[in-house]
Design a protein around this ligand. Structure first.
Ligand code: NAP
Length: 538
Protein backbone atom coordinates (compact mmCIF):
# COMPACT_ATOMS: atom_id res chain seq x y z
CA UNK A 1 0.00 0.00 0.00
CA UNK A 2 1.42 3.32 -1.05
CA UNK A 3 1.39 6.51 0.99
CA UNK A 4 -0.08 9.30 -1.15
CA UNK A 5 0.96 12.97 -0.83
CA UNK A 6 0.73 16.09 -2.96
CA UNK A 7 4.48 16.55 -2.75
CA UNK A 8 7.48 14.56 -1.60
CA UNK A 9 10.76 16.20 -0.61
CA UNK A 10 14.04 14.31 -0.51
CA UNK A 11 16.12 15.67 2.36
CA UNK A 12 15.52 17.82 5.43
CA UNK A 13 18.42 20.25 5.31
CA UNK A 14 18.13 23.99 4.85
CA UNK A 15 16.39 23.66 1.48
CA UNK A 16 14.14 20.70 2.37
CA UNK A 17 12.90 22.37 5.55
CA UNK A 18 11.99 25.61 3.81
CA UNK A 19 10.37 23.74 0.90
CA UNK A 20 8.27 21.80 3.39
CA UNK A 21 7.19 25.06 5.02
CA UNK A 22 6.28 26.77 1.73
CA UNK A 23 4.29 23.86 0.29
CA UNK A 24 2.49 23.26 3.59
CA UNK A 25 1.52 26.94 3.60
CA UNK A 26 -0.35 26.26 0.36
CA UNK A 27 -2.41 23.58 2.12
CA UNK A 28 -0.67 20.70 0.35
CA UNK A 29 0.05 17.38 1.98
CA UNK A 30 3.82 17.11 2.03
CA UNK A 31 6.27 14.49 3.27
CA UNK A 32 10.02 14.84 3.55
CA UNK A 33 12.23 11.76 3.76
CA UNK A 34 15.59 12.21 5.45
CA UNK A 35 18.41 9.68 5.78
CA UNK A 36 19.75 11.23 8.97
CA UNK A 37 18.13 11.02 12.38
CA UNK A 38 17.75 14.79 12.59
CA UNK A 39 17.33 17.94 10.51
CA UNK A 40 20.18 20.02 9.12
CA UNK A 41 21.56 18.25 6.04
CA UNK A 42 25.19 19.28 5.63
CA UNK A 43 25.12 20.69 9.17
CA UNK A 44 23.81 17.40 10.52
CA UNK A 45 26.38 15.22 8.76
CA UNK A 46 29.57 17.28 8.92
CA UNK A 47 30.48 16.97 12.60
CA UNK A 48 34.22 16.97 12.07
CA UNK A 49 36.43 19.03 14.38
CA UNK A 50 36.71 22.63 13.23
CA UNK A 51 33.63 22.64 10.99
CA UNK A 52 32.19 26.15 10.70
CA UNK A 53 30.79 28.75 8.27
CA UNK A 54 32.76 30.97 6.07
CA UNK A 55 29.68 33.04 5.33
CA UNK A 56 29.05 35.71 7.96
CA UNK A 57 26.66 33.98 10.40
CA UNK A 58 24.04 36.73 10.23
CA UNK A 59 23.82 36.39 6.44
CA UNK A 60 23.32 32.63 6.61
CA UNK A 61 20.04 32.26 8.51
CA UNK A 62 16.55 32.03 7.02
CA UNK A 63 15.22 35.50 6.19
CA UNK A 64 11.57 34.43 5.98
CA UNK A 65 10.84 34.33 9.70
CA UNK A 66 11.05 37.63 11.57
CA UNK A 67 10.50 35.72 14.79
CA UNK A 68 13.51 33.47 14.23
CA UNK A 69 15.62 36.44 13.18
CA UNK A 70 14.77 38.26 16.37
CA UNK A 71 15.00 35.25 18.70
CA UNK A 72 18.28 33.71 17.52
CA UNK A 73 21.59 35.18 18.72
CA UNK A 74 24.82 34.46 16.88
CA UNK A 75 27.83 34.38 19.16
CA UNK A 76 30.52 34.27 16.48
CA UNK A 77 30.99 36.04 13.16
CA UNK A 78 31.40 32.59 11.55
CA UNK A 79 29.35 30.10 13.56
CA UNK A 80 30.64 26.60 14.29
CA UNK A 81 28.75 23.47 13.19
CA UNK A 82 27.15 22.67 16.58
CA UNK A 83 25.61 26.17 16.68
CA UNK A 84 24.22 25.85 13.18
CA UNK A 85 22.77 22.43 13.87
CA UNK A 86 21.16 23.88 17.02
CA UNK A 87 19.80 26.79 15.00
CA UNK A 88 18.20 24.48 12.41
CA UNK A 89 16.67 22.36 15.18
CA UNK A 90 15.34 25.54 16.78
CA UNK A 91 13.59 26.44 13.50
CA UNK A 92 12.30 22.87 13.05
CA UNK A 93 10.79 22.94 16.54
CA UNK A 94 9.30 26.38 16.17
CA UNK A 95 7.52 25.49 12.91
CA UNK A 96 6.76 21.91 13.88
CA UNK A 97 8.52 20.52 10.82
CA UNK A 98 9.28 17.12 12.34
CA UNK A 99 5.70 15.87 12.10
CA UNK A 100 6.05 15.84 8.30
CA UNK A 101 9.59 14.45 8.14
CA UNK A 102 10.32 10.74 8.21
CA UNK A 103 13.86 10.38 9.59
CA UNK A 104 16.29 7.47 9.24
CA UNK A 105 14.83 6.85 5.80
CA UNK A 106 16.74 6.84 2.54
CA UNK A 107 14.95 7.28 -0.78
CA UNK A 108 16.48 4.53 -2.91
CA UNK A 109 14.41 4.79 -6.06
CA UNK A 110 12.06 7.26 -7.77
CA UNK A 111 10.02 6.28 -10.80
CA UNK A 112 7.69 8.45 -12.86
CA UNK A 113 4.31 6.89 -13.52
CA UNK A 114 3.37 8.55 -16.81
CA UNK A 115 -0.24 7.39 -16.87
CA UNK A 116 -1.06 9.08 -13.58
CA UNK A 117 1.59 11.83 -13.73
CA UNK A 118 2.89 10.71 -10.33
CA UNK A 119 6.25 9.94 -8.82
CA UNK A 120 6.59 6.76 -6.82
CA UNK A 121 9.50 6.66 -4.41
CA UNK A 122 10.89 3.56 -2.79
CA UNK A 123 12.37 3.79 0.68
CA UNK A 124 15.04 1.69 2.32
CA UNK A 125 12.48 0.32 4.81
CA UNK A 126 10.80 -1.43 1.86
CA UNK A 127 7.78 0.89 1.71
CA UNK A 128 6.76 3.27 -1.08
CA UNK A 129 5.16 6.68 -1.31
CA UNK A 130 3.59 8.62 -4.20
CA UNK A 131 3.12 12.27 -5.08
CA UNK A 132 2.59 14.44 -8.13
CA UNK A 133 5.48 16.72 -7.18
CA UNK A 134 8.95 15.45 -6.28
CA UNK A 135 11.50 17.94 -4.99
CA UNK A 136 15.09 16.90 -4.47
CA UNK A 137 16.62 18.82 -1.59
CA UNK A 138 19.45 16.35 -1.19
CA UNK A 139 22.28 18.86 -1.22
CA UNK A 140 25.16 19.59 -3.61
CA UNK A 141 27.82 18.37 -1.18
CA UNK A 142 26.30 15.31 0.38
CA UNK A 143 27.50 12.24 -1.52
CA UNK A 144 30.90 11.92 0.14
CA UNK A 145 33.70 10.04 -1.60
CA UNK A 146 36.51 8.02 -0.09
CA UNK A 147 39.78 7.71 -1.97
CA UNK A 148 40.34 4.65 -4.12
CA UNK A 149 43.35 3.54 -2.08
CA UNK A 150 43.76 -0.18 -1.44
CA UNK A 151 43.43 -1.34 2.16
CA UNK A 152 41.22 1.38 3.69
CA UNK A 153 39.20 -1.23 5.60
CA UNK A 154 42.32 -2.95 6.89
CA UNK A 155 43.34 0.00 9.09
CA UNK A 156 43.17 -1.06 12.74
CA UNK A 157 42.91 2.41 14.23
CA UNK A 158 39.94 4.80 14.11
CA UNK A 159 38.97 6.36 10.80
CA UNK A 160 36.17 8.34 9.19
CA UNK A 161 35.32 10.54 6.27
CA UNK A 162 34.68 14.07 7.57
CA UNK A 163 31.06 13.90 6.38
CA UNK A 164 30.47 10.90 8.65
CA UNK A 165 32.62 11.94 11.58
CA UNK A 166 31.35 10.65 14.97
CA UNK A 167 29.49 13.35 16.91
CA UNK A 168 31.45 12.88 20.13
CA UNK A 169 34.73 12.28 18.34
CA UNK A 170 36.66 9.00 18.43
CA UNK A 171 36.30 7.27 21.79
CA UNK A 172 34.11 10.18 22.96
CA UNK A 173 37.17 12.45 23.13
CA UNK A 174 35.68 15.25 21.07
CA UNK A 175 38.44 17.30 19.46
CA UNK A 176 41.11 16.15 21.93
CA UNK A 177 43.81 14.27 20.04
CA UNK A 178 46.48 14.28 22.74
CA UNK A 179 48.49 11.08 22.81
CA UNK A 180 47.42 10.30 19.22
CA UNK A 181 49.15 10.12 15.86
CA UNK A 182 46.67 11.47 13.34
CA UNK A 183 46.74 11.44 9.54
CA UNK A 184 44.57 13.76 7.45
CA UNK A 185 44.11 13.02 3.74
CA UNK A 186 42.73 15.93 1.71
CA UNK A 187 43.40 19.65 1.97
CA UNK A 188 40.27 21.35 0.57
CA UNK A 189 38.05 23.67 2.65
CA UNK A 190 37.22 20.75 4.96
CA UNK A 191 40.77 19.42 5.33
CA UNK A 192 42.06 22.88 6.18
CA UNK A 193 39.50 23.26 8.99
CA UNK A 194 40.30 19.80 10.36
CA UNK A 195 44.08 20.24 10.18
CA UNK A 196 44.18 23.50 12.10
CA UNK A 197 42.01 21.93 14.84
CA UNK A 198 43.84 18.60 15.12
CA UNK A 199 47.22 20.36 15.13
CA UNK A 200 46.30 21.98 18.47
CA UNK A 201 46.39 18.74 20.46
CA UNK A 202 47.71 15.77 18.45
CA UNK A 203 51.04 14.26 19.43
CA UNK A 204 51.76 13.99 15.73
CA UNK A 205 49.75 15.16 12.73
CA UNK A 206 50.69 13.99 9.24
CA UNK A 207 48.98 15.84 6.40
CA UNK A 208 48.82 13.92 3.12
CA UNK A 209 48.43 16.59 0.47
CA UNK A 210 47.73 15.95 -3.19
CA UNK A 211 47.18 19.57 -4.18
CA UNK A 212 47.47 22.70 -2.05
CA UNK A 213 44.75 25.37 -2.08
CA UNK A 214 44.88 29.16 -2.10
CA UNK A 215 43.68 29.61 1.48
CA UNK A 216 42.98 33.02 3.05
CA UNK A 217 42.36 34.15 6.63
CA UNK A 218 38.83 33.81 8.02
CA UNK A 219 39.32 36.35 10.83
CA UNK A 220 36.61 34.90 13.02
CA UNK A 221 35.66 36.68 16.23
CA UNK A 222 32.85 37.07 18.73
CA UNK A 223 29.66 39.01 18.08
CA UNK A 224 28.90 41.13 21.12
CA UNK A 225 25.31 41.54 22.41
CA UNK A 226 25.37 45.18 21.20
CA UNK A 227 26.51 44.12 17.74
CA UNK A 228 23.80 41.44 17.65
CA UNK A 229 21.19 44.05 18.58
CA UNK A 230 22.37 46.19 15.70
CA UNK A 231 22.31 43.22 13.31
CA UNK A 232 18.73 42.41 14.34
CA UNK A 233 17.65 45.97 13.63
CA UNK A 234 19.27 45.80 10.19
CA UNK A 235 18.44 42.34 8.86
CA UNK A 236 16.31 43.68 6.01
CA UNK A 237 19.17 45.87 4.80
CA UNK A 238 21.76 43.09 5.20
CA UNK A 239 19.74 40.59 3.16
CA UNK A 240 18.98 43.21 0.51
CA UNK A 241 22.71 43.97 0.25
CA UNK A 242 23.52 40.25 -0.09
CA UNK A 243 20.94 39.90 -2.83
CA UNK A 244 22.73 42.61 -4.82
CA UNK A 245 26.06 40.75 -4.97
CA UNK A 246 27.38 38.09 -7.34
CA UNK A 247 27.30 35.23 -4.83
CA UNK A 248 24.83 36.67 -2.27
CA UNK A 249 27.66 37.00 0.24
CA UNK A 250 28.06 40.21 2.19
CA UNK A 251 30.97 41.07 -0.14
CA UNK A 252 30.63 42.83 -3.47
CA UNK A 253 33.30 42.95 -6.17
CA UNK A 254 35.13 46.29 -6.46
CA UNK A 255 34.22 47.95 -9.74
CA UNK A 256 37.85 48.84 -10.51
CA UNK A 257 40.15 46.60 -12.49
CA UNK A 258 43.22 45.25 -10.71
CA UNK A 259 45.14 46.45 -13.76
CA UNK A 260 44.00 50.07 -13.74
CA UNK A 261 45.28 51.09 -10.30
CA UNK A 262 48.88 51.82 -9.29
CA UNK A 263 50.97 49.04 -7.77
CA UNK A 264 50.93 50.84 -4.45
CA UNK A 265 47.17 51.21 -4.42
CA UNK A 266 46.66 47.59 -5.48
CA UNK A 267 48.98 46.24 -2.80
CA UNK A 268 47.24 48.33 -0.12
CA UNK A 269 43.84 47.09 -1.30
CA UNK A 270 44.93 43.43 -1.31
CA UNK A 271 46.42 43.89 2.16
CA UNK A 272 43.19 45.44 3.45
CA UNK A 273 41.10 42.61 2.00
CA UNK A 274 43.48 39.95 3.35
CA UNK A 275 42.98 41.35 6.83
CA UNK A 276 39.21 41.62 6.65
CA UNK A 277 36.91 38.82 7.86
CA UNK A 278 35.44 36.44 5.31
CA UNK A 279 35.41 36.19 1.55
CA UNK A 280 36.31 39.85 0.83
CA UNK A 281 39.72 38.80 -0.51
CA UNK A 282 37.90 36.67 -3.11
CA UNK A 283 34.42 38.04 -3.77
CA UNK A 284 35.08 41.63 -2.66
CA UNK A 285 38.26 42.02 -4.67
CA UNK A 286 38.84 43.82 -7.98
CA UNK A 287 36.12 42.46 -10.24
CA UNK A 288 38.49 41.11 -12.90
CA UNK A 289 40.52 38.79 -10.68
CA UNK A 290 37.96 36.12 -11.62
CA UNK A 291 37.80 36.87 -15.33
CA UNK A 292 41.17 38.20 -16.50
CA UNK A 293 44.26 36.04 -16.15
CA UNK A 294 46.60 39.06 -15.87
CA UNK A 295 44.52 40.47 -13.00
CA UNK A 296 44.36 37.02 -11.46
CA UNK A 297 48.16 36.68 -11.63
CA UNK A 298 48.48 39.76 -9.41
CA UNK A 299 46.33 38.44 -6.57
CA UNK A 300 47.83 34.97 -6.98
CA UNK A 301 51.32 36.42 -6.54
CA UNK A 302 50.15 38.39 -3.48
CA UNK A 303 48.74 35.30 -1.77
CA UNK A 304 51.86 33.26 -2.61
CA UNK A 305 53.99 35.93 -0.90
CA UNK A 306 51.70 35.75 2.14
CA UNK A 307 52.15 31.99 2.37
CA UNK A 308 55.94 32.31 2.11
CA UNK A 309 55.91 34.93 4.87
CA UNK A 310 53.89 32.70 7.20
CA UNK A 311 55.67 29.35 6.77
CA UNK A 312 59.17 29.09 8.26
CA UNK A 313 60.59 26.28 6.12
CA UNK A 314 60.94 27.45 2.47
CA UNK A 315 60.46 23.94 1.02
CA UNK A 316 57.27 23.42 3.03
CA UNK A 317 56.05 26.86 1.95
CA UNK A 318 56.59 25.96 -1.72
CA UNK A 319 54.68 22.71 -1.17
CA UNK A 320 51.77 24.74 0.22
CA UNK A 321 51.61 27.09 -2.79
CA UNK A 322 49.43 25.92 -5.68
CA UNK A 323 51.32 25.89 -8.98
CA UNK A 324 48.62 24.75 -11.38
CA UNK A 325 45.77 27.22 -10.87
CA UNK A 326 45.21 30.83 -9.92
CA UNK A 327 43.72 32.22 -6.73
CA UNK A 328 39.93 31.85 -6.54
CA UNK A 329 39.57 29.56 -9.55
CA UNK A 330 38.72 26.82 -7.06
CA UNK A 331 36.70 27.38 -3.91
CA UNK A 332 38.91 29.39 -1.48
CA UNK A 333 39.27 27.63 1.89
CA UNK A 334 39.17 30.09 4.77
CA UNK A 335 41.68 29.46 7.53
CA UNK A 336 42.73 30.42 11.01
CA UNK A 337 46.49 30.03 11.53
CA UNK A 338 46.46 27.15 9.04
CA UNK A 339 49.86 27.92 7.56
CA UNK A 340 51.40 28.41 11.02
CA UNK A 341 50.48 24.79 11.86
CA UNK A 342 53.35 23.75 9.59
CA UNK A 343 55.79 25.66 11.83
CA UNK A 344 54.87 23.35 14.74
CA UNK A 345 57.08 20.37 15.61
CA UNK A 346 54.08 18.01 15.78
CA UNK A 347 52.96 18.66 12.17
CA UNK A 348 54.50 17.31 8.98
CA UNK A 349 53.39 17.76 5.38
CA UNK A 350 53.68 14.96 2.83
CA UNK A 351 53.53 16.00 -0.81
CA UNK A 352 51.70 13.13 -2.48
CA UNK A 353 52.74 14.35 -5.92
CA UNK A 354 56.31 13.41 -4.94
CA UNK A 355 55.59 10.39 -2.77
CA UNK A 356 52.11 8.96 -3.53
CA UNK A 357 50.16 6.79 -1.13
CA UNK A 358 50.53 3.13 -2.15
CA UNK A 359 48.19 1.54 0.34
CA UNK A 360 46.60 1.71 3.76
CA UNK A 361 47.93 -0.96 6.09
CA UNK A 362 46.65 -1.96 9.56
CA UNK A 363 49.33 0.31 11.10
CA UNK A 364 48.85 3.38 8.94
CA UNK A 365 49.60 4.90 5.54
CA UNK A 366 52.29 3.55 3.24
CA UNK A 367 53.69 6.08 0.80
CA UNK A 368 56.20 5.33 -1.95
CA UNK A 369 59.14 6.37 0.27
CA UNK A 370 58.04 5.65 3.84
CA UNK A 371 55.49 4.14 6.20
CA UNK A 372 53.54 6.48 8.54
CA UNK A 373 52.22 4.70 11.63
CA UNK A 374 48.94 6.25 12.79
CA UNK A 375 46.20 5.87 15.41
CA UNK A 376 43.56 7.84 13.49
CA UNK A 377 42.98 8.59 9.79
CA UNK A 378 40.61 11.38 8.77
CA UNK A 379 39.55 11.42 5.12
CA UNK A 380 38.70 14.98 4.02
CA UNK A 381 38.47 13.81 0.44
CA UNK A 382 35.33 15.62 -0.67
CA UNK A 383 32.17 14.75 -2.50
CA UNK A 384 30.67 13.55 -5.73
CA UNK A 385 29.53 17.15 -5.91
CA UNK A 386 26.27 18.57 -7.18
CA UNK A 387 24.91 15.50 -8.98
CA UNK A 388 26.18 12.79 -6.58
CA UNK A 389 23.21 12.69 -4.24
CA UNK A 390 20.82 12.43 -7.23
CA UNK A 391 22.97 9.73 -8.84
CA UNK A 392 22.76 7.64 -5.68
CA UNK A 393 18.98 7.41 -6.12
CA UNK A 394 17.76 5.20 -8.96
CA UNK A 395 15.69 7.84 -10.79
CA UNK A 396 13.64 6.79 -13.83
CA UNK A 397 11.65 9.29 -15.88
CA UNK A 398 9.47 8.98 -18.97
CA UNK A 399 9.98 6.03 -21.33
CA UNK A 400 12.11 4.27 -18.74
CA UNK A 401 14.98 6.75 -19.10
CA UNK A 402 17.44 6.82 -16.19
CA UNK A 403 18.66 10.20 -14.95
CA UNK A 404 22.19 8.80 -14.69
CA UNK A 405 22.08 7.86 -18.40
CA UNK A 406 20.68 11.21 -19.41
CA UNK A 407 23.43 13.04 -17.50
CA UNK A 408 26.23 10.61 -18.33
CA UNK A 409 28.06 13.31 -20.30
CA UNK A 410 27.14 16.07 -17.87
CA UNK A 411 23.88 17.57 -16.67
CA UNK A 412 21.34 19.13 -19.03
CA UNK A 413 18.75 21.35 -17.37
CA UNK A 414 16.51 24.35 -17.65
CA UNK A 415 17.38 26.90 -14.94
CA UNK A 416 19.02 24.06 -13.01
CA UNK A 417 15.50 23.32 -11.79
CA UNK A 418 14.22 20.66 -14.19
CA UNK A 419 15.38 18.31 -16.92
CA UNK A 420 13.50 17.02 -19.97
CA UNK A 421 11.93 13.60 -19.52
CA UNK A 422 11.53 13.94 -15.74
CA UNK A 423 8.29 15.93 -15.32
CA UNK A 424 7.43 17.43 -11.94
CA UNK A 425 10.90 16.70 -10.57
CA UNK A 426 12.48 19.89 -9.20
CA UNK A 427 16.17 19.95 -8.27
CA UNK A 428 16.87 22.52 -5.55
CA UNK A 429 20.52 23.66 -5.59
CA UNK A 430 20.99 21.31 -8.52
CA UNK A 431 23.45 21.47 -11.40
CA UNK A 432 23.37 24.69 -13.50
CA UNK A 433 21.44 26.35 -10.70
CA UNK A 434 22.36 29.78 -9.33
CA UNK A 435 22.14 28.46 -5.78
CA UNK A 436 25.10 26.16 -6.23
CA UNK A 437 27.64 29.02 -6.31
CA UNK A 438 26.10 31.15 -3.63
CA UNK A 439 25.86 32.01 0.04
CA UNK A 440 23.61 29.03 -0.02
CA UNK A 441 20.61 29.89 2.19
CA UNK A 442 20.14 33.17 0.33
CA UNK A 443 19.78 31.34 -2.99
CA UNK A 444 17.95 28.39 -1.45
CA UNK A 445 15.18 30.81 -0.53
CA UNK A 446 14.99 31.96 -4.16
CA UNK A 447 14.93 28.34 -5.41
CA UNK A 448 12.26 27.24 -2.96
CA UNK A 449 10.07 30.27 -3.57
CA UNK A 450 10.30 29.77 -7.34
CA UNK A 451 9.33 26.09 -7.04
CA UNK A 452 6.51 26.93 -4.61
CA UNK A 453 5.13 29.62 -6.93
CA UNK A 454 5.35 27.19 -9.84
CA UNK A 455 3.42 24.54 -7.92
CA UNK A 456 0.80 27.15 -6.92
CA UNK A 457 0.50 28.19 -10.58
CA UNK A 458 -0.01 24.56 -11.59
CA UNK A 459 -2.73 24.07 -8.99
CA UNK A 460 -4.48 27.32 -9.91
CA UNK A 461 -4.54 26.44 -13.60
CA UNK A 462 -5.24 22.76 -13.11
CA UNK A 463 -1.95 21.59 -14.64
CA UNK A 464 -0.63 18.23 -13.50
CA UNK A 465 2.65 18.13 -15.33
CA UNK A 466 5.56 20.50 -15.97
CA UNK A 467 8.68 19.74 -17.96
CA UNK A 468 11.14 21.82 -20.02
CA UNK A 469 11.14 21.85 -23.81
CA UNK A 470 14.22 20.35 -25.46
CA UNK A 471 14.99 23.71 -27.10
CA UNK A 472 14.85 25.61 -23.80
CA UNK A 473 16.98 22.98 -22.07
CA UNK A 474 19.58 23.12 -24.85
CA UNK A 475 19.65 26.91 -24.70
CA UNK A 476 20.12 26.98 -20.90
CA UNK A 477 22.84 24.33 -21.00
CA UNK A 478 24.72 26.35 -23.63
CA UNK A 479 24.18 29.54 -21.61
CA UNK A 480 25.62 27.85 -18.51
CA UNK A 481 28.78 26.95 -20.44
CA UNK A 482 29.04 30.46 -21.83
CA UNK A 483 28.86 32.00 -18.36
CA UNK A 484 31.65 29.66 -17.27
CA UNK A 485 33.77 30.60 -20.30
CA UNK A 486 33.55 34.22 -19.18
CA UNK A 487 35.38 33.30 -15.96
CA UNK A 488 38.62 31.57 -15.01
CA UNK A 489 36.81 28.63 -13.35
CA UNK A 490 37.40 26.28 -16.32
CA UNK A 491 41.18 26.82 -15.98
CA UNK A 492 41.26 24.69 -12.81
CA UNK A 493 40.17 21.15 -12.00
CA UNK A 494 37.70 21.26 -9.12
CA UNK A 495 34.28 20.11 -8.04
CA UNK A 496 32.95 23.23 -9.79
CA UNK A 497 34.14 21.54 -13.00
CA UNK A 498 32.76 18.13 -12.05
CA UNK A 499 36.26 16.76 -11.41
CA UNK A 500 36.50 14.07 -8.76
CA UNK A 501 39.59 11.94 -8.76
CA UNK A 502 37.72 9.21 -6.92
CA UNK A 503 34.98 8.91 -9.53
CA UNK A 504 36.62 8.48 -12.94
CA UNK A 505 33.20 8.12 -14.62
CA UNK A 506 32.40 11.75 -13.88
CA UNK A 507 32.79 14.02 -16.93
CA UNK A 508 34.64 17.33 -16.75
CA UNK A 509 31.88 19.87 -17.29
CA UNK A 510 30.83 23.04 -15.51
CA UNK A 511 28.36 22.17 -12.75
CA UNK A 512 27.36 25.59 -11.47
CA UNK A 513 25.89 28.80 -12.88
CA UNK A 514 28.53 31.51 -13.09
CA UNK A 515 26.37 34.34 -14.34
CA UNK A 516 25.83 35.66 -10.82
CA UNK A 517 22.87 35.02 -8.58
CA UNK A 518 21.19 38.33 -9.48
CA UNK A 519 21.08 37.35 -13.16
CA UNK A 520 19.96 33.85 -12.27
CA UNK A 521 17.12 35.23 -10.14
CA UNK A 522 16.12 37.55 -13.00
CA UNK A 523 16.10 34.64 -15.49
CA UNK A 524 13.86 32.58 -13.20
CA UNK A 525 11.51 35.53 -12.65
CA UNK A 526 11.32 36.22 -16.38
CA UNK A 527 10.34 32.62 -17.12
CA UNK A 528 7.57 32.71 -14.48
CA UNK A 529 6.29 36.11 -15.65
CA UNK A 530 6.05 34.75 -19.20
CA UNK A 531 3.74 31.91 -18.18
CA UNK A 532 6.66 29.49 -17.75
CA UNK A 533 8.14 30.05 -21.18
CA UNK A 534 10.40 27.12 -22.05
CA UNK A 535 8.31 24.68 -20.02
CA UNK A 536 5.43 22.51 -21.21
CA UNK A 537 2.51 22.50 -18.79
CA UNK A 538 -0.27 19.95 -19.15
P1 NAP B 1 37.24 19.16 -1.80
O1 NAP B 1 37.33 20.62 -1.94
O2 NAP B 1 36.80 18.37 -2.97
O3 NAP B 1 38.66 18.66 -1.30
C1 NAP B 1 38.98 17.31 -1.26
C2 NAP B 1 40.44 17.17 -0.97
O4 NAP B 1 40.79 15.79 -0.92
C3 NAP B 1 41.33 17.80 -2.04
O5 NAP B 1 42.47 18.31 -1.44
C4 NAP B 1 41.66 16.59 -2.90
O6 NAP B 1 42.83 16.73 -3.69
C5 NAP B 1 41.84 15.54 -1.83
N1 NAP B 1 41.70 14.19 -2.34
C6 NAP B 1 40.65 13.67 -3.00
N2 NAP B 1 40.90 12.41 -3.32
C7 NAP B 1 42.12 12.10 -2.85
C8 NAP B 1 42.92 10.96 -2.89
N3 NAP B 1 42.49 9.84 -3.50
N4 NAP B 1 44.13 11.00 -2.31
C9 NAP B 1 44.55 12.11 -1.71
N5 NAP B 1 43.84 13.24 -1.64
C10 NAP B 1 42.64 13.24 -2.22
O7 NAP B 1 36.25 18.77 -0.60
P2 NAP B 1 36.00 19.54 0.77
O8 NAP B 1 37.24 20.05 1.34
O9 NAP B 1 35.17 18.65 1.59
O10 NAP B 1 35.16 20.79 0.33
C11 NAP B 1 34.06 20.67 -0.55
C12 NAP B 1 33.23 21.92 -0.48
O11 NAP B 1 32.44 21.91 0.72
C13 NAP B 1 34.00 23.21 -0.38
O12 NAP B 1 34.52 23.63 -1.61
C14 NAP B 1 32.95 24.13 0.17
O13 NAP B 1 32.10 24.60 -0.84
C15 NAP B 1 32.20 23.23 1.13
N6 NAP B 1 32.72 23.45 2.49
C16 NAP B 1 32.31 24.58 3.13
C17 NAP B 1 32.81 24.87 4.36
C18 NAP B 1 32.37 26.12 5.02
O14 NAP B 1 31.32 26.66 4.80
N7 NAP B 1 33.17 26.65 5.82
C19 NAP B 1 33.72 24.02 4.97
C20 NAP B 1 34.11 22.87 4.31
C21 NAP B 1 33.60 22.60 3.06
P3 NAP B 1 42.67 17.34 -5.17
O15 NAP B 1 42.21 18.73 -4.98
O16 NAP B 1 44.01 17.23 -5.77
O17 NAP B 1 41.65 16.48 -5.87
Amino acid sequence: MSNQYDAIIIGAGISGMYQLHKLREQGLSVKAFETGSGVGGAWYWNKYPGCRFDSESYTYGYSWSDEVLQEWDYKERFAAQPDTERYLNFVADKYDFRKDIQFNTRVTKATFDEKNSQWEVELDDGTTARAEILVSASGPLNAHTLPRIPGIDSFKGDWAHTARYPKEGFGGRGADFSGKRVGVIGTGATGVQVIQEVAKTADALTVFQLAPEWCAPLKNGPISPEEMKDIKANYKKIFAECNETFGAFHHAFDERSALEVSEEEREAFFEKKYNEPGFGIWLGNFHDIMTDSKANDLITDFIARKIRSRVDDPKTAENLIPKDHGFGTRRVPMETKYFECYNQDNVQLINLKETPIEEILPEGVKCSDAMYDLDIIIYATGFDAVTGSLKRIDITGKDGEKLTDKWANGPRTLLGMQTVGFPNLFTLVGPHNGATFCNIPRCIEQNVEWVSDTVAYMKKNNFHSIEPTVAAEDAWTIHVDETAEGTLFPTADSWFMGVNLNDPTKKRTFMLYAGGQQNYRAECDKVAENAYEGFVLK
